[in-house]
Structure formats: C-alpha cells, structure tokens
Design a protein around this ligand. Structure first.
Ligand code: G3I
Length: 338
C-alpha cells in the first residue's frame, strides 16, 4: 500500500507540474524508471541516505531496482532523531521509511543506542544513573513506538565492544554499567513487540576476542530472558581480508546455536587503487553463500547503494554498483547466491 504522505506528495507534485519536493522531511518520490527487483530467497538490503536519494536519480533507481530491504544509513541515529532533550525530529527517517515501504522493501531500523552520532546533550553531561536510565528508556521507547509496524528489525545496541572484547567505556556503560544493554532491549520490546531486536557489531566476522565476547553477551542475554532475537555482523572489509564462506558460516553457526537469527548488516568490500573487480565479487559471493546456507540467516545488507556515495569514499569502489548505479560483478555474485 502506498503510504498516505507519499500519495499526497505525488498528487501535489503532479499539480505543480511534476516538481518533486526536495526539502528536509518532505517525501522522497519513488523513481518512475525502476525495474522490478529480483525475486530472491533472502532479503538483500542496502543502506540508503536521504540526501543522495533526493539528489541522485541513478542512486535511487539502483536501490529500487536491485534491493528488497532498506536500512536508513544515518537518519534514525540519536543525534538526528532526538537532537535536543525535549525535541524529536523524525522527518528524514519518515521520508526514507515511507519510500522503502512504498517500494515494497523490508525496513531495518538503525540504531537505537550507540556511542557515536550521539548529541552533546547526552554525551557531554555528568549524569546521575537514575536520570540517564530514564533518558535512555524514553529515547528507545519513543523512537521504537514511532516506527512500530513499519520497521521489521531494530539494531537496538550498536558496537558495544572494543577489539579486545571488553565493553567500550561510553556514557551509558560508565554511568549505568553493562546493564544498559539489557535495559535498551527491554524498552525496545515493550514499545514494539513484533520487531526483531538485534545486537549489531563490527569486525567480529573473524574468530577472536571480539567474536567470543559477542557470543558470551548474546548467550547471557538469552539466559536472562532479555528479548534479543538476533545478531548483526556488520562486515566492513577489504578484498584482501574478507572472510571466506566457510569462516563466515562457522561464525553464523555460533549465534544460530544460541537460538538466534543472524544477519549480515553492513557489508562493503573496499578495493585498492587499480585493483580488479574479481576478488571483490568473490568476497560478496562468499558472504551471500554463507548466509544462504545458514537457516537462521535472515538477510544481507550492503552499506550504501552506489560507489559514489559510500561512506569510505568513492575511490575505494566498495559497493556492488558503480558510481552511476551500473551493476558490478559483485551484484551478480550476490544475486546468484540468493
Ligand atoms: O549531513 C551532514 C552535513 O550536513 C554536514 O555538512 C557534513 C559535514 O561533516 O556532515 C554530514 O553528516 C555526515 C553524515 O555521515 C552524512 O553524510 C557526518 O559528518 C558523518 O559523520 C556521517 O558518517 C556516517 C558514520 O556512520 C558516522 O559514524 C556514515 O555516513 C555512515 O555510513 C556510518 O555508518 C556506520 C554505521 O552507522 C555503524 N557501523 C559503521 C558504519 C560505517 O562507519
């Protein structure tokens, strides 16, 4: 079903002679020239940002035509949706969620609690524990309620660990201790009982202390009845250091054995200058094959749409579509595996 806001905008656009609204928070109109996305065995997602979605037709068409799931890249983060203590600002996140749902995509919410992209009113204050606990719970419940029924999954807590496997010392862990994680999951479940709740972490695809710590935390949350449904493996990597399918499959099994879903949430494969595209395609293919072979793997998302707008820089050519939205061998490898 086309959301009401979107339908109204399309109508208005026609009245105004086809001009699309471009301002922050205004609807982002779906492209008219998109192909139908492929039918795939698992959701294949992309992180989407409002600015390129508004400014770059190749980007929007590439997203609409090739992917079946969307993660807003920045627009749901704390600093953006809750910039002042007494003000929430959902405009850009709503515009993306409406776009994604209007195009029939699954939407992953990213992210409720993270120590980056946190507004200064949270990160730079000396909190007493009871007050910060109230602020955290209020934030999680308000955001998760706002998107209830529209977001299929949430990255509830993002990147809690250091490479050593110790918990990061962020404002939440310093003031509330490690219990901030369970608190966030419980608040998210109470606000949106149907969304799948994920713990999302980077650089834990390879075996090592961080992966072990993530397994221990996931197991302990499950044991204590904390509502954790899945673990997200971000998978920012390079063509040289990307894990093979067997290694990724073993990693996923560790979480699946705990009764959890697992998902590759932020895959990108950076290339050195002049490097050929073959190894990159093999890295993408390996990740998708590992996911396709694991019954608990519920999807794979790439972190961006086209190389032009990648957070790591267009020169790294890290995505499965080039700067103009043309498919690279990596896209074929993903689709073949799914
Ligand atoms: O939109 C503002 C713009 O108004 C301003 O003029 C400009 C000047 O710096 O900044 C723009 O915001 C930037 C934003 O991306 C949108 O482009 C921020 O500075 C920049 O910090 C932000 O970077 C994002 C990064 O998270 C922040 O840590 C990346 O786009 C985003 O891809 C990246 O995503 C993270 C995941 O959320 C978590 N896992 C790692 C992943 C990659 O770092």
């Amino acid at each position: 079903m086309v959301p009401l806001r979107l339908a109204a905008a399309v109508g208005l656009g026609l009245l105004l002679g086809g001009c699309a609204a471009e301002d922050e928070g205004d609807p982002i109109l779906p492209p008219k020239d998109a192909a139908a996305p492929p039918r795939l065995a698992r959701p294949l997602g992309a992180a989407v940002s409002a600015r390129p979605a508004r400014e770059d037709r190749d980007y929007l068409r590439a997203f609409a035509s090739n992917f079946t799931s969307m993660t807003p890249e920045n627009e749901m983060k704390w600093a953006i949706v809750h910039p002042d203590r007494d003000r929430y600002a959902f405009g850009e996140a709503d515009a993306l969620v409406d776009l994604g749902r209007g195009l029939g995509k699954r939407v992953r919410g990213h992210t409720l609690v993270w120590d980056l992209q946190l507004p200064k009113w949270v990160s730079e204050r000396d909190w007493e524990a009871p007050e910060l606990r109230r602020v955290l719970v209020d934030h999680v419940k308000t955001v998760a309620s706002h998107f209830r029924g529209r977001v299929a999954q949430w990255d509830v807590v993002n990147e809690p660990f250091l490479p050593s496997g110790r918990l990061k010392k962020n404002v939440f862990s310093r003031v509330l201790g490690p219990g901030y994680i369970a608190l966030a999951f419980r608040a998210a479940r109470s606000a949106d009982p149907r969304a799948k709740l994920f713990l999302n972490e980077n650089y834990s695809e390879h075996p090592g202390p961080k992966q072990d710590a993530l397994v221990r935390l996931a197991a302990s949350l499950r044991r204590r009845g904390v509502p954790l449904d899945g673990v997200g493996l971000q998978s920012h990597t390079t063509a040289e250091s990307a894990p093979g399918a067997a290694r990724l499959a073993r990693t996923m099994r560790r979480f699946a054995r705990l009764g959890l879903d697992v998902e590759i949430t932020e895959l990108d494969v950076a290339l050195a200058r002049g490097a050929s595209l073959g190894p990159q395609a093999r890295a993408y293919g390996a990740a998708a094959r590992a996911c396709a072979a694991e019954p608990r793997c519920t999807g794979l998302t790439v972190w961006g749409v086209t190389d032009r707008w990648s957070w790591i820089g267009a020169d790294k050519r890290p995505l499965p579509l080039d700067g103009r939205g043309r498919p690279k061998p990596a896209l074929g490898a993903l689709k073949d595996a799914f």
